[in-house]
Design a protein around this ligand. Structure first.
Ligand code: ZN
Length: 69
């Protein structure tokens, strides 16, 4: 365990934020199917084309919530 490894891992995680999340089940990039906005919060709805799982991201600095259809 080294601090350097941890730092580079952190850099990689924050630097390369993927535009599309991956399906937790299939590991494939999910498709953006809808965007809605409630006040300052923009929610992006992603759908897995393989298993129809849905994921909604909230662009308000919080983490993501996941829904399985
Ligand atoms: Zn899937």
């Amino acid at each position: 365990m080294s601090i350097q490894d941890e730092a580079s891992e952190f850099m990689r995680a924050t630097d390369g934020v993927p535009p599309h999340p991956r399906c937790a089940e299939c590991g494939v990039p999910m498709w953006l199917v809808a965007v809605d906005r409630v006040g300052p919060i923009e929610r992006k709805h992603f759908k897995c084309q393989a298993c129809d799982a849905e994921l909604v991201t909230r662009e308000n600095g919080q983490d993501t919530g996941q829904q399985n259809a």
